[in-house]
Design a binder for this molecule. Structure first.
Ligand code: ADP
Length: 450
């Protein structure tokens, strides 16, 4: 087991990882920018190192400073959290060259999954269902037209180097295709310096369903069921739940087994998430995230398994703590991402939290680095905490969530709490009846009538 772990992140996830390390009796080091000197994770860590000024590129993304902090403190492993350097293959390689363990997969696996076309090709080879479309980038408009008519309209043109939902255009018919190709190419060229595009069948009303996996790097892997993250705004997840209200037990175990087998065959090490669009009983791979995800606690709630413990165990060579047949799914969990944002316009609302009171009671978990008097720096994302609620079934979970949201107090800044209070009383949400477009449609409709 490791002696000392350095946590290369901030906010709630730095605290989350720190808690797991403490439970395992491992010493903790955190790095922080000058803007985060008062942060909770800095106060609770055994040691802390200031690695630079507020902008991320000079601090949380500064590989040299982080490696230097490992050497100064004698850390033998680094947990990258999510975002920042968590999916940076070069960072994983540099740590390996310094004989410091990266708590995550190999640089090569990060690289494969970071390239959209390569990821899709690999997924297909491993038996994971993918969206019908071109095999790799399309070379010209004639080839694009041939493929689009083969798979049938509507199709979506996507940037090979894409990310963050940019460089995607839908063509509803053959007449739309030349314009969709040209715009996607020019957007991709401007955003990523690479104008290669590929084509996929466009799914009209899919849900976003993702499967949590953990591999031991030696040919064994488990899956921990799925999460439904269909409630999104601008491709940002807002509300996540496990299990998905849309899947039946047979679909759940089928997709879970496909994913764990693929991950075992790949020889993948660490936690990861395989993301799908799901429509009419079919799963279509969109991407794999080679790290811990923001919404991982809903999976922890229904399985009782601490995913960060598993990450640390696997990275240290200790293997997985459970076998697939020992994993039991129990009840239902929902996570709400509490952002310091205007609940209607979603503009960030940095400032000082004058009063912070979190709900409690059976089935409630709050992951947050915030406290009364905490000043939210304007430099980073606006997530100030996550409310995770567990119940024996979805109805009990929703009842408890409504009560917990009423108890939650954050004064001094605007937050998305009012949005969740509204969603928990909505009939479609109560019925679990929503797709990836539901939230944006709902926001547009309620804005129009307000
Ligand atoms: P990015 O890496 O840019 O976020 P993704 O491939 O993950 O791109 O897709 C982002 C989002 O775009 C998906 O969550 C989904 O909402 C939409 N999308 C992507 N591919 C399709 C498709 N074939 N049909 C319908 N929607 C899609």
């Amino acid at each position: 087991m490791f002696q000392k772990i350095l946590i290369a992140n901030r906010g709630e996830i730095a605290l989350r990882v720190l808690r797991a390390a403490k439970e395992l009796g491992i010493q903790t080091v955190v790095v922080h920018s000058t803007a985060d000197a008062d942060a909770m994770h800095v106060r609770l860590a055994d040691e802390s190192v200031c690695i630079g000024p507020p902008p991320s590129r000079d601090s949380y993304l500064n590989i040299h400073q982080i490696v230097a902090a490992c050497e100064i403190t004698g850390a033998d492993a680094v947990h990258p959290g999510y975002g920042f350097l968590s999916e940076n293959a070069r960072f994983a390689d540099i740590l390996a060259a310094h004989k410091i363990t990266f708590i995550g997969p190999s640089g090569d696996h990060i690289r494969i999954m970071g390239d959209k076309i390569e990821a899709k090709r690999t997924a297909k080879r491993l038996g994971i269902p993918v969206v019908p479309g071109s095999e790799g980038a399309v070379s010209d408009d004639r080839e694009a037209y041939r493929i689009a008519t083969e798979i049938g309209f509507p199709v979506i043109v996507k940037a090979s180097a894409g990310g963050g939902g940019r460089g995607m255009k839908v063509a509803r018919s053959a007449e739309d295709l030349p314009v969709a190709l040209a715009t996607a190419r020019s957007e991709a060229g401007a955003a990523f310096g690479d104008d290669a595009v590929y084509i996929e069948k466009y799914l009209e009303k899919p849900r976003h369903i993702e499967v949590q996996i953990v591999g031991d790097g030696a040919g064994k892997a488990i899956h921990l069921g799925e999460r439904d993250c269909s409630l999104q705004r601008r491709h940002q997840k807002v509300w996540e739940e496990a299990n998905s209200p849309a899947l039946n037990a047979e679909e759940r175990s089928r997709i879970g087994e496909i994913c764990s087998k693929a991950i075992a065959d790949l020889g993948y090490s660490g936690a990861g998430t395989i993301e799908f669009l799901y429509e009419n009983g079919e799963f279509y791979f969109i991407e794999m995230n080679t790290r811990l995800q923001v919404e991982h606690p809903v999976t922890e709630a229904i399985t009782g398994i601490d995913l960060v413990h598993e990450q640390i165990r696997v990275a240290s060579g200790g293997g997985l703590s459970v076998r697939q047949d020992e994993i039991k799914f129990s009840g239902h969990a929902i996570e709400c991402r509490i952002n310091a944002e205007d609940p209607r316009t979603f503009t960030p609302s940095p400032g000082t939290i004058t009063h912070f009171h979190t709900p409690g009671g059976l089935g409630i978990r709050v992951d947050s680095g915030a406290y009364s008097g905490y000043r939210i720096p304007p430099y980073y994302d606006s997530l100030i905490g996550k409310l995770i609620v567990h119940g024996r079934n979805r109805v009990e979970c929703m009842m408890r969530l409504r009560r917990a949201l009423d108890e939650f107090v954050v004064d001094g800044v605007k937050t998305t709490l009012p949005l969740f209070r509204e969603l928990v009383g909505n009939i479609d949400i109560a019925n679990g009846d929503y797709d990836i477009h539901w939230l944006e449609k709902h926001l547009a409709e309620t804005a129009a009538t307000a």
